[in-house]
Design a protein around this ligand. Structure first.
Ligand SMILES: [Zn+2]
Ligand SMILES: [Zn+2]
Length: 134
C-alpha cells in the first residue's frame, strides 16, 4: 500500500510502500515517554521502501540496557516523532509513527508488545462518555 505523510508543521514529509498488516502497538515505558502518551502505534517496513520527500529530521539516540542504539527521528520545529531505525543490520528496517501517516485510518494494528507496562485504564477508554468533536 502506498502511503505518505508529514509532521504537524509540514517541514518534513515522506512517502513509503507498506504492508497494511505490519502495524503494531507498543506499550513499553520508553514509548510512553517518547510519544508523551499511553502507547505508540507504528508501521514497520524495509528502509528502502521509505523516502523523505521534504526536510531532514533531527535524531535522538536511545540506548537500551543491552547497548542497542535506536535512532528516533523527529521534527525539530514541531516535535512530531516521525520514524525510528537502528544501526548496522537494524538500519535495514524502519518504523513509521502511525500518527504522521495521511492514510492512517486504513492502518489498523495487528499485534501489541510490552503489554505488562500498558496503561491500566486502557480497556476502560471505549466505555467512557465521548463526543464527536471537543
Ligand atoms: Zn514539524
Ligand atoms: Zn516501545
Amino acid at each position: 500500500m502506498k502511503i505518505d505523510g508529514a509532521c504537524h508543521c509540514g517541514q518534513i514529509s515522506f512517502e513509503a510502500e507498506v504492508d497494511p498488516d505490519a502495524v503494531s502497538v507498543c506499550h513499553c515505558t520508553d514509548c510512553q515517554q517518547l510519544t508523551g502518551t499511553a502507547y505508540r502505534v507504528s508501521v514497520s517496513l524495509p528502509s528502502d521502501h521509505f523516502r523523505l520527500t521534504k526536510g531532514s529530521p533531527k535524531t535522538y539516540v536511545k540506548t537500551a540496557d543491552n547497548g542497542n542504539r535506536r535512532l528516533q527521528m523527529f521534527c525539530s520545529d514541531c516535535g512530531s516523532p516521525i520514524f525510528t531505525t537502528g544501526e548496522g543490520e537494524a538500519a535495514q528496517e524502519i518504523a513509521i509513527r502511525w500518527g504522521t501517516i495521511r492514510q492512517r485510518r486504513d492502518l489498523a494494528p495487528t499485534r501489541q508488545i510490552w503489554c505488562a507496562s500498558a496503561a491500566p485504564w486502557l480497556d476502560a477508554v471505549s466505555a467512557l462518555p465521548g463526543t464527536a468533536g471537543d
